[in-house]
Design a protein around this ligand. Structure first.
Ligand code: GLN
Length: 455
């Protein structure tokens, strides 16, 4: 813990930590020491972690990287962080992210963006760590912590993991309690670990999972010992290669990396099968209707009364002006865009044409996966992202261009499936690339084991 705290203090330029909690960390580390001395402590005991700012941590600022939550210190602890702390892990501080987890580059954060510790060869241009869990990815990749929590609504664990050469898993929807995690799109949001390797991910995920009566969508299922399932034996497993993920204009290097991953699994004894997920091309548009719709409803609570920021009012301003001014000041441009898109697609005249249609598409996407699993496919291999990390500070004027980053990841959230991104080598510029494996619902143990064979 002391070594991590010292490293964090030297790494302010990365912008990964937005709030450091050395006192909390040292207290937790001391208790962990006592537990370890007493014997029988869990594997996570004494392990220093970073916590994404989307998780409510009791008495510690939790702002979802938004100005509208300025000064907000929750009275309660999220279920996931409280389970991690019960297992003896240590909180080093809160990690940077896109505002309300909306973004793919960490650039929508009210704190300014986190930076990727990787560079292109000798070129010193700052690159994005990805988003929305950009601070988590940057902190793990730069060895500021041993692991970090992330959340993934459309790729926010897997894309930053791929951009920084680390491992990140989004479990099946319902595996981790969402209680105490600031809500973005409630039917898609899931927490998960971001770690150096698959074994660490297995250990951390096990502590994060489990049924929670405080979240009605949390599954009442036993949590397996994921680490014990890491045998590396994938003989006879069927790995699907979906033809729809071969996108026009995809860099050759990504195509080559995908082929290499396929070969590694084949050499380990897996059976490779070409498969079709025919509704893939509708996933991105469906996601960018459903996610903003749910966000517009979830973000209605930031009204200047219940949390954080309230605008200064002029003589004669009433409650409407108070809402309008508070929300105009407190929400950044991307969040405002999502609230407007979401409100529009839910409005009486457009509900059927957009929201309901997107929900139908979502069902078809889910069915595509069910069909291939019914044909005996155990896991699906795809690239994690359509490119390696891109430059920060470039004018990302076209929001749709940013949304295209999520093309390989959003299907997994729409279908509620587990997905993992594992480091898969470097591109010509010397930047990390990731491969994604998608698994059957509730079979994170198997998925982690297949990922382990790819390491
Ligand atoms: N980049 C996607 C978005 O902006 C996904 C974000 C996430 O998974 N939280 O919505």
């Amino acid at each position: 813990t002391e070594a991590c705290l010292a490293a964090i203090d030297k790494a302010d330029a990365l912008g990964a930590f937005v709030h450091k909690t050395p006192d909390v960390a040292m207290d937790q580390a001391k208790s962990a020491d006592d537990r370890i001395k007493a014997g029988g402590a869990p594997d996570l005991c004494g392990i220093p972690l970073g916590i994404k700012d989307l998780f409510c941590t009791k008495g510690v600022p939790s702002q979802a990287a938004s100005a509208i939550l300025n000064g907000f210190k929750p009275e309660y602890e999220s279920t996931v962080t409280s389970q991690l702390f019960d297992a003896g892990s240590v909180m080093l501080g809160k990690l940077n992210m896109d505002e309300f987890a909306m973004g793919s580059s960490n650039e929508t954060s009210t704190y300014g963006n986190a930076i990727n510790p990787w560079r292109r060869g000798n070129d010193d241009t700052a690159l994005t760590p990805g988003g929305s869990s950009g601070g988590s990815a940057s902190a793990v990749a730069a060895d500021l912590c041993l692991g970090a929590t992330g959340t993934d609504t459309g790729g926010s664990i897997r894309q930053p993991a791929a951009f920084t050469g680390i491992t990140g898993i989004k479990p099946t929807y319902g595996r981790c309690s969402r209680w105490g995690i600031v809500a973005f799109a409630s039917s898609l949001d899931q927490a998960g670990p971001m770690t150096k390797d698959v074994r660490d991910a297995a250990i951390m995920l096990e502590a994060m999972c489990g049924h929670d009566p405080k979240d009605s969508t949390s599954a009442d299922l036993a949590v397996p010992n994921f680490e014990a399932m890491l045998t590396g034996d994938i003989k006879g497993k069927t790995i699907g290669i979906p033809r729809e993920y071969r996108m026009d204009g995809m860099p050759d290097e990504i195509e080559a990396l995908w082929a290499e991953g396929r070969k590694m699994l084949e050499d380990a004894g897996a059976v490779i099968k070409d498969i079709s997920l025919p509704h893939t091309k509708y996933a991105l548009p469906a996601y960018y209707v459903i996610a903003p719709a749910e966000a517009s409803s979830n973000l209605a609570r930031y009204d200047g009364v219940r949390y954080g920021h309230r605008a200064k009012l002029a003589q004669g301003d009433g409650i409407t002006e108070m809402y309008e001014k508070t929300r105009a000041e407190g929400f950044g441009p991307e969040v405002q865009r999502r609230v407007m898109v979401g409100t529009y697609v839910l409005s009486a005249g457009f509900y059927d044409a957009y929201y309901n249609r997107a929900r139908k598409v979502r069902t078809l996407i889910k069915k595509d996966f069910e069909d291939v699993f019914a044909q005996g496919v155990d896991a699906i291999l795809t690239p994690a992202t359509p490119s390696s990390a891109f430059e920060l500070g470039k004018e990302h004027t076209d929001p749709v261009e940013m949304y295209l980053n999520d093309v390989f990841t959003v299907t997994v959230n729409l279908a509620g499936l587990p997905g993992i991104s594992v480091p898969a080598g470097l591109d010509k510029q010397g930047l990390p690339l990731g491969l994604q494996l998608i698994g059957r619902p509730w079979e994170e143990g198997d998925l982690l084991n297949t990922a382990y064979a790819l390491e």
